[in-house]
Design a protein around this ligand. Structure first.
Ligand code: BES
Ligand code: MN
Ligand code: ZN
Length: 515
């Protein structure tokens, strides 16, 4: 999808479809009013929406005026109407999409509205359109949100369907506010383009099934991407993993006939200071059967996405290499299958991690933390001063936070604050969970230093406590993306399937160190 900026009045724009956002200026958010759930709307009087277009263009306003005043619309988010041959506009169609309450409308919502516009129009065989940036959001932020949101909406996962209609939008024009700095907006659009494309690159990797995305193939994709964007990329196999004494990583990899891959991508821009060195470590389990502690058949097919953390780091490295922030970054992906076999590790086995810590394997299905233990330690060995890992680590984080928020853990408040700022700018939702010393009890072992499974209660925390043992005193963030890396259902703004979550926040996080 090509993106261009236009600074003309929307009415003058020749396009297949012009998209305008509808906002509700009544006191309350219509969503709040409508979630009573019991059918009774309670004592709160049903307030009429006061719908207005988010544009100052009077020609566009007048086309929509009758519809908005008709009382037929609820103004709820994603409500859309398509008008053909809008009188007085050069556009062939006018698409109105509601963004909900005007007071609550942010860049986060705008991303989704842009995605919804793409998904509405692409299904109608429309290949290009123009989107009016709502003036209530600062112009640069709006441009970013529209480009990123549109790219997210443009992705569909039906790769292997014979009837795949590759209904991609080819061209997006953003009609930006009048007195904004054009150069700054162009830069924002270009950066957003890189970030959105990198997010879709990650989704491409996650979408592939495990027979087409083995550790070797994942490493090849990382290599190819690295060559294209000018990153150094090394890929190591079983010999190196054993030579480095990555006993935790190898404990998982030993059970599979597919060779593992330790992928190391290095970004060292000229002029970057020696420190900090950021380490992005991803869980790359290309298929998680559970191993000897095998998972039930029901839903196991989804475990092809267990490399989403790794794919996120590969995509983030792509974006970083193209955006060129002046800070050193190392991306590490520990890729392997988790399989049962005659060679597989068994419950009760003890593995010695690269750091020297001994681990009693209670459950072979708690494999993500094992590969990450060595990945995090290795990142520190390579000189990383700050660490972030991303992993589809636990079912428990889905119990805790559902599908809406990434679970965040940190051993340092300052690094957490940086991430929090980054995820707000990137329009992603994340929620911090605790790592108190009390939880350390849960990972004590009688035979070794720690166990790999701390039981059911606080399962996401126990997993993070385990990782913390390997981050030690290096400032570290752990992102548990088990609930958010895969959309269980399609939404107006995004297809069912891989979401590419956390990539945008990671890129913002890295950029934050360059300033
Ligand atoms: N890859 C899974 C986590 C997962 C589960 C992601 C469900 C998405 C949906 C991870 O390797 C795993 O199996 N975790 C176990 C840990 C347990 C054995 C301590 C889990 O969450 O059940
Ligand atoms: Mn598992
Ligand atoms: Zn797993």
């Amino acid at each position: 999808m090509k993106t261009t900026l236009a600074f003309s009045t929307p009415a003058e724009l020749e396009t297949e479809a012009l998209v305008a956002v509808v906002l509700d200026h009544a006191g309350k958010d219509p969503i709040e009013k409508n979630v009573s759930g019991n059918g009774k709307s309670g004592s709160a009087k049903k307030e009429k929406p006061e719908l207005k277009l988010a544009t100052s263009d009077t020609a566009v306003q007048s086309v929509a005026a009758d519809l908005l005043a008709s009382g037929e619309l609820t103004g709820r988010s994603f409500e859309s109407n398509l008008l053909h041959k809008p009188a007085g506009l050069k556009a062939k169609r006018l698409l109105l999409i509601s963004g909900g309450g005007a007071k609550k409308f942010t860049g986060y919502d705008l991303r989704r509205i842009a995605g919804a516009a793409v998904r509405t129009l692409k299904a109608r065989e429309i290949r290009s359109f123009a989107f009016i940036a709502p003036p209530s959001i600062p112009a640069e932020e709006a441009v970013r949100a529209i480009v990123e949101g549109a790219l997210v909406g443009n992705f569909d996962p039906d790769y292997y369907r014979s009837d795949r209609k590759d209904q991609k939008i080819d061209a997006l024009t953003i009609v930006a506010g009048g007195n904004a700095d054009h150069a700054a907006l162009e830069k924002a659009a270009q950066e957003a383009q890189v970030i959105g494309e990198s997010q879709n690159f990650t989704r491409d990797l996650v979408n592939e099934p495990s027979n087409r995305m083995t550790p070797t193939l994942l490493a090849e994709r990382a290599k190819k991407m690295s060559q294209e964007v000018g990153l150094k990329c090394e890929v190591y196999g079983a010999d190196k993993i054993k030579e480095l004494k990555m006993g935790a990583f190898w404990g998982v990899a030993q059970g599979s006939d597919e060779p593992p891959a330790l992928i190391v991508m290095t970004y060292e821009p000229a002029g970057a200071p020696a420190k900090p060195v950021l380490g992005l470590v991803g869980k790359g389990i290309t298929f998680d059967t559970g191993g000897i502690s095998i998972k039930p058949a029901d839903g196991m097919e989804k475990m092809k996405y267990d490399m989403a953390g790794g794919a996120t780091m590969i995509g983030a490295m792509r974006a970083i290499a193209l955006l060129k922030p002046k800070v050193k970054v190392i991306g590490i992906v520990c890729a392997t299958e988790n399989m049962p076999s005659g060679k597989a590790q068994k419950p009760g086995d003890v593995q010695i991690a690269m750091s020297g810590k001994s681990i009693e394997i209670i459950n072979t299905d708690a494999e993500g933390r094992l590969v990450l233990a060595d990945g995090l330690y290795y990142a520190r060995q390579l000189g990383c001063t700050h660490l972030v890992d991303a992993a589809t680590l636990t079912g428990a984080v889905v119990v805790a936070l559902g599908y809406a928020n990434v679970g965040v853990f940190a051993n340092d408040d300052a690094i957490y604050e940086r991430l929090h700022k980054a995820n707000e700018e990137a329009g992603e939702k994340m929620w911090r969970l605790p790592l108190d010393d009390e939880y350390k009890e849960n990972i004590k072992s009688t035979i070794a230093d720690i166990v790999n499974s701390g039981g059911r209660w606080g399962g996401a925390i126990n997993a993070a406590m385990f990782l913390k043992e390997f981050a030690e005193d290096t400032p570290w963030i752990h992102l548990d993306i088990a609930g958010t890396a895969w959309m269980e259902d399609q939404k107006p703004w995004i297809a069912k399937g891989p979401s590419g979550v956390a990539l945008r926040s990671l890129v913002e996080f890295v950029k934050g160190f360059a300033n």
